[in-house]
Write a protein of this length. Structure first.
Length: 336
């Protein structure tokens, strides 16, 4: 199956900064995670204005009134992962657990969440539309080892807290075939604590929106046509940066990203896989991973399942794949 370039970019945004090199729980830079695209509980946001409770996007769309728009909200939901040793019939939480020679650490993970609003016409969106975003609290237990026979037996207990929010859509006609489309994600989760880590557990992390209008054409806000430059400059975006995505020149899809991206961003074809840091060079990160000590690699593998995937993928790279990460030139241009 041919890779979906839109999904690839959206996934890169979703996991940007999820865990950073050296990909270990003990690393200082991984002590404050989920820093991009946070839409926080309003009570926390009121005390910490730098942690917003909403994300607002405004874009221009050229289409007839009957054209339909689909909006998908994507984010990460923080999960508390606790390693627990089995003691009789009980599970006793511990910081670290070794079962069958494999090390497990208590830390945080995340679940991908995706909420899609049904397609609706621009004409209908003149009156606006609101859709609730609700996720119930949950708990999962992953058994480790032979609980019946082994003293090493235990489990990983994953829990997540409830989330509540709202997606509001609205369209304003600016001309016969030009519309200003707005999309706002708000967090409405009740929260009465003061710890930021607890607030993160009820935050929409790495939030972004995908806008799709199969019968219309989104306008680049960074490089609009002259006749729409003033309307593009008037678009107000809070916490996100809208860019057209997909095949260059096509205009039916827009990504509202918490990161500043160029129009039609894409993943480098030489990349061996996501390293959760689009601002770095894959070749440099790969070499840094390969220079970790065995002890550091062991902690990396135990810190997070996705970090373990990075380690295994990196150590399996062939010499040809490593060389492909170095020396690629996309284009030459005149330096002025």
């Amino acid at each position: 199956m041919k890779p979906d370039p839109i999904r690839a970019i959206a996934d890169a945004v979703l996991y940007e900064g999820y865990i950073l090199w050296p990909y270990r729980r003990s690393a200082l830079k991984n002590q404050r995670r989920f820093t991009f695209g946070g839409v926080y509980p309003p009570a926390h946001s009121a005390r910490h204005p730098d942690d917003p409770a909403r994300m607002h996007a405004e874009v221009l769309l050229e289409a007839v009134p009957e054209a339909e728009v689909e909006v998908t909200v994507r984010f990460l939901h923080v999960v508390e992962r606790v390693a627990a040793r089995r003691v009789g019939e009980q599970l006793e939480p511990v910081d670290e657990l070794v079962v069958g020679g494999e090390r497990h650490l208590s830390w945080e993970e995340a679940i991908e969440r995706e909420l899609r609003a049904p397609a609706i016409s621009l004409q209908a969106l003149r009156a606006g539309r609101r859709q609730a975003l609700a996720i119930a609290a949950g708990r999962e237990i992953e058994p480790l080892g032979d609980a019946a026979a082994s003293e090493e037996g235990g489990a990983l207990i994953r829990t997540w807290r409830a989330l509540a929010g709202e997606l509001e859509l609205r369209a304003v006609a600016l001309g016969e075939r030009c519309w200003r489309l707005s999309a706002t994600v708000s967090n409405t989760t009740p929260f009465d604590e003061r710890d930021r880590q607890r607030a993160l557990e009820q935050t929409f992390c790495s939030t972004h929106m995908l806008l799709h209008a199969p019968q219309g054409g989104f306008v680049s806000l960074a490089d609009p046509p002259a006749e729409l430059a003033q309307a593009a400059a008037a678009c107000r975006n809070v916490g996100c940066w809208p860019v057209p995505v997909g095949e260059r020149g096509r205009r039916e899809a827009m990504l509202c990203s918490p990161l500043i991206l160029e129009d039609y961003p894409r993943i480098a074809p030489e990349s061996p896989g996501d390293l959760f840091d689009g601002g770095e060079i894959d070749g440099l990160l790969v070499l840094n991973i390969l220079t970790l000590t065995d002890e550091e690699k062991a902690e990396m593998a135990a810190s997070d399942p996705r970090a373990r995937e990075i380690l295994e993928r990196t150590e399996a790279l062939s010499p040809e794949q490593l060389m492909a990460l170095h020396g690629t030139i996309r284009e030459f241009g005149m330096v002025r």
